[in-house]
Design a protein. Structure first.
Lengths: 87, 87
């Protein structure tokens, strides 16, 4: 039986992870990255990668799954920021 | 003595938390929020708030500290997105 507080944790993880999806879709559609901070997504992607390493070291499935998805989505934003900026 | 893996976790937490600061500064300076996704920051702030609730319930100082700072910074982005959009 999962406790209420674990449901809150799971919901929190899903929201913070999947929140990057609308940002990726918005950039993909508009091709506008003018107000996206390159520094933010550079730091953020390195940080999430380190969370992933931490999750692997701790053998935590939740940490690995959440951070793998977040790294992919935030990585898409970073990639689009770089390629669109260079146009 | 803190282990290497805990140092990785602490560095990960600092990077993902403080990464929002350059985004806040960029918006503050340029007043441009055109490519920022309102949906992303809405979901993200609710998610980080739930992480904060989770941290309080788990009496985890790290979770409380990291998510309080992240909520403040991501909340600034959300606030700027809303007020600048309404201009």
């Amino acid at each position: 039986m999962i406790s209420l507080i674990e449901y809150i944790g799971i919901t929190a993880g899903m929201l913070t992870t999947l929140s990057f999806l609308p940002q990726v879709i918005k950039i993909w559609r508009t091709r506008d990255v003018s107000s996206i901070s390159l520094l933010m997504y550079s730091f953020f992607c390195v940080g999430v990668f380190l969370w992933l390493v931490y999750g692997v070291a701790m053998s935590s499935f939740s940490l690995i799954a959440a951070n793998a998805i977040t790294l992919f989505l935030a990585g898409c934003v970073l990639f689009l920021k770089i390629i669109i900026k260079d146009k």
